[in-house]
Design a protein around this ligand. Structure first.
Ligand code: ATP
Ligand code: MG
Length: 250
């Protein structure tokens, strides 16, 4: 169930991720489009998958569009990481979680014919699937794959803007993953497309002498308050655990 902030009337979609909802003071505002950015192996795909899994648990239908990896691999990796999620297959069988894919290398081959046309086809497929499955949670993994189809930066930005506008019009709460060139918070550089999204969460990895520390930060979340703390996280068999001060006090 979505929750409602009685004071402001903002309808919130809880991510269901332990600690992250406390940082979001309840969840992501409904219909917000959020980008999750991070370096390689930060856990972007797994976090996005858990968002859909927690939605399915709450009776909501979610679609995962895998543009980088085979959909079967996405599900297998999620099941391997989240050993306690023993009902993933059941949700997939019941159509609560749909993991759909598109091989962008095919689009790359056709690029010469007009990248915006290919991108248009992809957006059309995404829209059709959202409408026919009546999905309310959507994941697109990743935007970096879209960038491979659309190399011109102005065209890429325009296309991302159109994608976000379409998702908003369809009334879904979505997560789009995005690769960052650095995992280091001090070297974080914003890109033009980061400004298009309603929300942005960054996953960092910092190299300590003996152990890598992973943390996440909510850069922005339009329409609602959020934590400004950078909180450590762990990927556990029971899902992500985000250790935010907010989650310690609630
Ligand atoms: N069973 C597990 N237990 C704990 N952590 C795991 C487990 N399986 C994978 N991981 C962690 O999750 C990471 C992979 O997560 P994920 O695929 O979501 O990353 P990503 O940010 O999407 O990476 P990429 O940019 O390569 O797509 C691994 O690098 C590892 O650190
Ligand atoms: Mg990934």
């Amino acid at each position: 169930m979505d929750s409602d902030d009685g004071a402001t009337g903002v309808e919130l979609v809880p991510t269901g991720i332990a600690g992250l909802d406390a940082m979001l003071y309840g969840g992501i505002p409904k219909d917000n489009q959020t980008i999750i950015a991070g370096g390689p192996g930060a856990g972007k795909t797994l976090l996005a998958f858990e968002f859909l899994y927690r939605g399915a648990k709450a009776g909501q239908t979610g679609i995962f569009f895998a543009l980088e990896e085979d959909p079967k691999k996405i599900v297998q990796n999620a099941k391997n990481a989240f050993l306690n999620f023993d009902d993933v297959d059941e949700f997939i069988d019941r159509g609560r979680i749909i993991v759909s894919g598109r091989d962008v290398t095919v689009d790359m081959d056709r690029m010469e014919k007009g990248s915006s046309l290919e991108f248009g086809h992809m957006v059309g497929e995404i829209e059709d699937a959202i409408t026919s499955y009546k999905a309310t949670r959507v994941v697109i993994d990743s935007s970096s794959a879209i960038e491979l189809i659309i190399k011109n930066s102005a065209e890429y930005r325009r296309s991302m803007w159109a994608l976000v506008a379409n998702l908003r019009r369809l009334g879904v709460t979505s997560i789009l993953t995005s690769e960052l060139a650095t995992s280091d918070k001090r070297r974080l550089e914003f890109r033009p497309e980061h400004f298009i999204f309603d929300g942005m969460i960054v996953m960092y990895q910092s190299g300590e002498e003996k152990r890598r520390v992973q943390s996440m930060e909510i850069i922005k979340m339009r329409g609602y308050k959020h934590s400004f703390v950078t909180a450590p996280y762990d990927i556990t068999p029971g899902g992500f655990k985000v250790f935010s001060p907010e989650s310690m006090t609630t």
